[in-house]
Design a protein around this ligand. Sequence first.
Ligand SMILES: Cc1cc2nc3c(=O)[nH]c(=O)nc-3n(C[C@H](O)[C@H](O)[C@H](O)COP(=O)(O)OP(=O)(O)OC[C@H]3O[C@@H](n4cnc5c(N)ncnc54)[C@H](O)[C@@H]3O)c2cc1C
Length: 200
Amino acid sequence: MLLIDAHSEGITKSPLKKMGWWASDTAHLHFDEVRVPVSHLLGQENAGFKVIMNNFNMERFWLGAIAYGYALVCYEEALEWAQQRKTFGKRLIDHQVVRHKLVDMATQLTATRALLEDTAYRMGKKELQGSELIAQISMLKNVATRTMQFCADAAVQTLGGMGFMRGMKSERIYREVKVNMIGGGAEEIMKDLISKQLQY
Ligand SMILES: Cc1cc2nc3c(=O)[nH]c(=O)nc-3n(C[C@H](O)[C@H](O)[C@H](O)COP(=O)(O)OP(=O)(O)OC[C@H]3O[C@@H](n4cnc5c(N)ncnc54)[C@H](O)[C@@H]3O)c2cc1C
């Protein structure tokens, strides 16, 4: 693993336009005969993959926590809207169909929070660490990002036309779903990793 000065000669960057994650710059990087001082080696030579893999466990855990947080914001926005907006003489929340949508969101949030807290507990206990925990962290990433996807979709739907408008939290979160499901290890790759860790 090498630390490379982004201003080194031979590096070119082409910025990319993205669906979301606008606060984080993402570019295509091209390296052409870039010279790297020996002192910029991080850890041991040829052991970079292990460093990245170790980092991934924590990254996938916090991606799970972030996805849960985003999902919660969607639920809260949808609930508040449903309590205020009136259609056909009733508040949205007085329609059973809308209440059920909110209940489905709350149910997925509760299950995700339980998994998140259990994973955090196990990560803090040395004796519980190992391949099962690595599998659980990957499960958490998949479950939490699915919950985020479900809640973002349900919230935008509950907000109706307003859900399509820039300025609503759920509209922004809807555009952040895919990077969480793909970045840090896509769902399919997580499942492959889980099956390996569980020695199928
Ligand atoms: C905005 C953004 C920021 C990012 N930032 C970083 C960063 O800071 N650092 C970093 O290292 N990476 C970063 N990434 C990269 C990210 O981790 C990858 O995009 C992600 O891991 C998926 O890899 P890929 O894009 O090469 O897709 P591919 O590997 O081409 O996969 C495409 C699809 O095929 C599926 N697939 C691939 N192989 C298999 C297989 N063997 N079996 C079944 N299905 C498979 C994938 O699951 C996916 O659905 C970023 C990505 C984005 C979009």
